[in-house]
Design a protein around this ligand. Structure first.
Ligand SMILES: NC(=O)c1ccc[n+]([C@@H]2O[C@H](COP(=O)([O-])OP(=O)(O)OC[C@H]3O[C@@H](n4cnc5c(N)ncnc54)[C@H](OP(=O)(O)O)[C@@H]3O)[C@@H](O)[C@H]2O)c1
Length: 289
């Protein structure tokens, strides 16, 4: 099978490139093909002749999307449409990576794939609009929504906590936002399986289990053997330009129905910390959600 990955230089893209075996995989960064440019997208697809296209490219700075909304829509919605049109033209299957931010975060039980979209941020709106257009344009596309991504090869929450914990006696972390941390390696594995299973439609793909950011930070500090005090605070005490959902737990039912299981986020965190210890040189990378 031939696979083309847009966004191969990102946190997820790097994991996909490392984990994908047994197929011919081409990874593209924005320098190889800018998704905003239909011509360059079509050329890349023509050159690589994929059976599957994985679209992991996105403008992922959630706060940045609020101030640069033109860029956010150009990359995340219009760029996705450019890739979908090229996929359709080439007869390739498409897997689009989406986000928990398409929901409003007001539920108190896990979000199911058919729950109504109601994004509260520009980033969420760009992804929600892309989902709707893609499902019309290429009805057999697969949309994998994920959340709270972490891994080596980019800036992420556990990396930030580890760096702060090394230099501060205490950390304040929000305890009223709940979600599913997801290790890039486990998401990559789920995406590879989805492609091999010829999956279509919307799927929620995260590590198993959920927690608050405070619970996540506490486990990071404990697992790393650090003594930093982690203190719970409220969202109100930590104002950000883009509102964060209070509850964005994604149900794993859709993934499990396809016979795909993911490890718990605690298990994933242990493996991430090991990988981080072994590959410190891969820790620098672009800003992301
Ligand atoms: N991070 C999270 O917590 C999170 C949560 C939910 C969903 N997601 C979704 O998961 C996917 C992967 O996220 P990530 O964290 O791996 O992203 P990331 O680390 O920020 O990487 C973004 C990738 O997109 C590429 N890109 C950006 N603008 C582009 C453009 N105009 N044309 C072509 N490529 C472009 C970047 O290429 P360059 O390196 O060349 O700039 C990079 O490879 C995204 O769809 C994101 O929305 C992420």
């Amino acid at each position: 099978m031939q696979v083309t990955i847009f966004g191969a230089s990102g946190l997820l893209g790097k994991a996909l490139m490392r984990e994908w075996r047994g197929d011919t995989v081409t990874g593209l960064s924005s320098r190889d093909a800018d998704v905003r440019d239909p011509g360059s997208v079509q050329q890349a697809v023509r050159d690589t002749q994929p059976d599957w296209i994985v679209l992991a490219a996105a403008y992922t700075d959630v706060d940045g999307c609020e101030t640069n909304s033109d860029l956010a829509f150009a990359v995340n919605r219009d760029g996705a449409v450019n890739v979908a049109k090229a996929a359709k033209q080439a007869g390739a299957r498409l897997l689009f990576v989406s986000t928990d931010y398409v929901f409003d975060g007001r539920k108190t039980t896990p979000y199911q794939i058919n729950d109504a979209r109601n994004p509260q941020t520009t980033y969420g709106k760009t992804k929600a609009e892309a989902e709707i257009i893609l499902l019309e344009l290429v009805p057999d596309c697969c949309i994998a929504r994920t959340s709270w991504l972490f891994g080596v090869g980019g800036k992420c929450f556990p990396d930030t906590i580890m760096k702060l914990a090394a230099s501060r006696p205490s950390l304040d972390v929000v305890n009223d936002q709940r979600g599913c941390p997801t290790y890039s390696v486990d998401l990559a594995s789920a995406i590879i399986q989805l492609c091999h299973k010829n999956a279509g439609g919307i799927v929620h793909a995260t590590n198993a289990g959920d927690c608050t950011w405070f619970e996540f930070a506490t486990e990071i500090v404990r697992s790393a053997g650090l003594t930093t005090l982690v203190r719970p605070v409220s969202t109100q005490q930590m104002a950000r330009p883009a509102p964060r959902p209070f509850y964005s737990v994604l149900s794993s039912a859709s993934l499990n129905a396809l016979g795909i299981k993911t490890p718990t986020w605690r298990d994933a965190l242990r493996r991430y910390l090991n990988e981080r210890r072994q590959a410190p040189e891969r820790m620098v990378g672009p800003l992301h959600q």
